[in-house]
Design a protein around this ligand. Sequence first.
Ligand code: HEC
Ligand code: HEC
Length: 149
Amino acid sequence: MKRMIVSTTTGLALALALTISLTPATVSAEGASSLRGDLALPEVKSPPQVFKLKLDQDKFERNFKTQPPLVPHKVAKYRVNLKVNRCLKCHDKANYKEEESPMAGKSHYMDASGKETAKLNMKRYFCMQCHVPQTDAKPLVANTFKGTK
Ligand code: HEC
Ligand code: HEC
């Protein structure tokens, strides 16, 4: 009986020591903070600013020849998943004329050997991988980028 009590206490002490040694040290990186800011976990951050979409032009100027053009209209309600692709309802080769929309890029209707195809190349299925709208947000970091002519 006595022996058992001793072993239990030793076990507890060991477990405690383990817990302490496994607790991660608080990481402090000077000058760096997460997007939440330096807030303790229970604190709630005020909601982020909502930026306005830039919708005032017909088309955005492209900065270089192979740039995927920016989207000049709202996209929030257009679903793209395995079953539907709302973007294609207007931009597909088969129906862009009736929809009075620009046809998706020619390169989107080419197979691997560069031959023209009637159907969209599935590598281009997820439009928003490359085409995004613009907001009136200021750049997070100043830069001197200039587009080519
Ligand atoms: C209801 C029809 C419609 C739908 C749906 C639609 N678009 Fe458009 N899109 C247009 C029209 C029309 C234009 C031409 C500019 C304008 O009138 O806004 C355009 C312009 C664009 C342009 C600019 C082309 C250029 O040459 O500058 C891109 C890129 C684009 N859309 C991408 C998308 C993507 C991505 C989606 C899906 C998330 C989508 N569109 C859904 C009708 C549509
Ligand atoms: C892998 C990137 C990529 C994906 C995915 C993609 N595009 Fe594009 N898109 C481009 C690039 C790059 C251009 C400009 C060069 C070109 O025409 O290929 C372009 C051009 C366009 C244009 C303008 C065509 C013109 O003649 O001015 C439209 C409209 C467009 N894409 C719509 C779409 C739609 C709709 C989808 C989804 C079905 C889509 N794109 C998917 C990269 C992409």
